[in-house]
Design a protein around this ligand. Structure first.
Ligand code: URA
Length: 233
């Protein structure tokens, strides 16, 4: 059991002092009853509402960056028992899930979290976050093909947003592709539309989150700066 104002503060709603004001103002209810008594204590099972919104304890938020290897699914479970990205995460008891999706044969940066709001921020098209991929391709594209690729390509009858395509190596042919949508197999399909093919595909960054030298199949927690960045989106 803990005092109502302490509970409010621990849920991240406001400071204890502010909560005391809200209690006095009759803005807080417990199990449907407005509480104005200052020493009121709440415990497990009590439903606290602040201005009609249920206040829940803040669970620990976890943010992880995985360098996803090829040959695993970006899902939490698979009914056919195939390898998933979760097989590479250990020692995390919270229920986390991947943000967005990388194909079975794509490697690279994948964020996993239990923070739904952060996941939304990273994937919402409105935020136009650059997703950068390195692709080993069949051949170096012609300038006209690069132009066509960058101006947006029709996939499923809808044009992709402008993208960026840079040649980073001619032998072997390697491209850096920047997109900010997350449509199904987008990079691979865009490359197919200019008669090319990704032999392998690796995501190296999502906005300011950078894979760096994190080894394939390894994960690390995000740094406080990286978490701050996600929350600022
Ligand atoms: N584009 C693709 O084609 N595949 C991915 O996994 C990610 C982006």
């Amino acid at each position: 059991m803990e005092r109502l104002q302490k509970y409010m503060a621990s849920c991240g709603v406001c400071s204890r002092r502010k909560a005391e004001e809200y209690i006095k103002e009759g803005k807080i209810s417990v199990n449907g009853e407005v509480i104005t008594e200052m020493g009121y204590k709440v415990g497990e099972g009590d439903v606290v509402r602040f201005m009609d919104k249920v206040i829940l304890p803040e669970t620990d938020k976890i943010y992880i960056m995985l360098n996803k290897p090829e040959g695993c699914l970006t899902t939490v479970t698979d009914d056919r028992n195939r390898k998933t990205v979760m097989d590479y995460i250990s020692g995390v008891s919270e229920r986390i899930y991947p943000v967005g999706r990388l194909d079975y044969n794509t490697s690279g940066l994948l964020i996993l979290t239990n923070d739904g709001e952060a996941a939304n921020r990273l994937t919402h098209p409105r935020n136009q976050i650059d997703k950068v991929y390195e692709a080993r391709v069949q051949r170096v594209p012609e300038p006209a093909e690069i132009f066509f690729f960058e101006s947006g390509i029709f996939l499923d009858g809808r044009k992709t947003a402008p993208a960026k395509l840079e040649v980073i190596s001619e032998v072997p042919p390697m491209l850096k592709v920047t997109i900010h949508e997350g449509r199904n197999r987008q990079v691979r399909r865009m490359l197919e539309e200019i008669d090319n093919r990704a032999i392998n595909l690796k995501r190296i960054s999502v906005g300011k989150l950078i894979l760096g030298n994190l080894k394939k199949g390894k994960f690390r927690p995000l740094t406080p700066e990286e978490i701050k960045y996600i929350k600022s989106l």
